[in-house]
Write a protein of this length. Structure first.
Length: 256
């Protein structure tokens, strides 16, 4: 029996050693096959009346072979002394899989939050002045997570009926990016109502786009124009509050 055990151990050692001795795969010297397309750019926030710059954001979007997308956004909102760092990953339909956001306001650091969506279960873990706070809730199929990165505003209407000219709605889990006092970042479930108005030609410093025009219904009626297969915001106006969000730079690099 002892001889058999030793023989087995010797065999396993030989097999393990042979496996370890196998040469490593040659390093890739061509395009990264994990990335189908990389999109980078900038947005500028300004006043409609006189063009005063209020802030802006830089973004980097990665599109993967399975259709999932991951976007990284750094937002410098100097008009309100706010800085936001955000990441979202969505499936091929633009339904959210995970989101991270970190918020600074004029009152200091307001915390960070990590949100995941699996089926109809949304889980969130927030960190901030009040410590670690966990929450979970059931969400509808048409859910989106709003962390206030402007360039991806078109992702929140992924479940729309593109042929409808009447008001529609979508479910959104909205992160509070500017909590007051000693509060920290948290999220809440709401309904967003919007109307798809058709395709229009829009020209910005980043170029000319055939963009879908949306009107958001509610207390503050916003107009937004969304373009391309990545559903990026190219322009948004808020006439009531004298605000405009404009795509000013765009670079698209196919990886293969």
């Amino acid at each position: 029996m002892r001889f058999t055990v030793l023989a087995l151990l010797g065999s396993l050692t030989f097999i393990t050693g042979a496996a370890l001795a196998q040469p490593a795969p040659a390093e890739n010297t061509g395009p990264n096959t994990s990335i189908v397309r990389t999109v980078t750019g900038k947005m500028t926030f300004r006043t409609l009346s006189d063009g005063r710059v209020r802030g802006g954001e830089d973004f980097r979007l990665l599109v993967h072979p399975d259709g999932t997308r991951q976007i990284f956004i750094s937002k410098d909102f100097k008009a309100v002394n706010a800085q936001q760092s955000m990441m979202t990953r969505v499936d091929a339909r633009f339904r959210p899989l995970e989101t991270y956001a970190s918020y600074w306001t004029r009152d200091g650091f307001k915390g960070s939050i990590y949100v995941t969506v699996s089926g109809n279960e949304l889980s969130a873990v927030a960190f901030g002045p009040k410590g670690r706070i966990e929450s979970a809730l059931r969400v509808p199929d048409d859910i989106s997570v709003v962390h206030h990165g402007e360039v991806m505003n078109g992702w929140y209407y992924w479940s729309e009926d593109a042929g409808s000219k009447t008001p529609q709605s979508s479910s959104v889990y909205i992160l509070n990016a500017a909590p007051r006092g000693d509060a920290q970042v948290a999220g809440f479930l709401a309904e967003s109502r919007f109307t798809r108005l058709g395709i229009e030609k829009v020209t910005t410093p980043a170029g000319s786009f055939d963009a879908v025009h949306y009107r958001l219904e509610g207390q503050e009626a916003l107009e937004m124009w969304i373009a391309g297969e990545d559903r990026l915001l190219v322009r948004q106006t808020d006439v009531k509050n004298d605000r405009e969000y404009l795509l000013t730079e765009l670079n698209v690099v196919p990886a293969r």
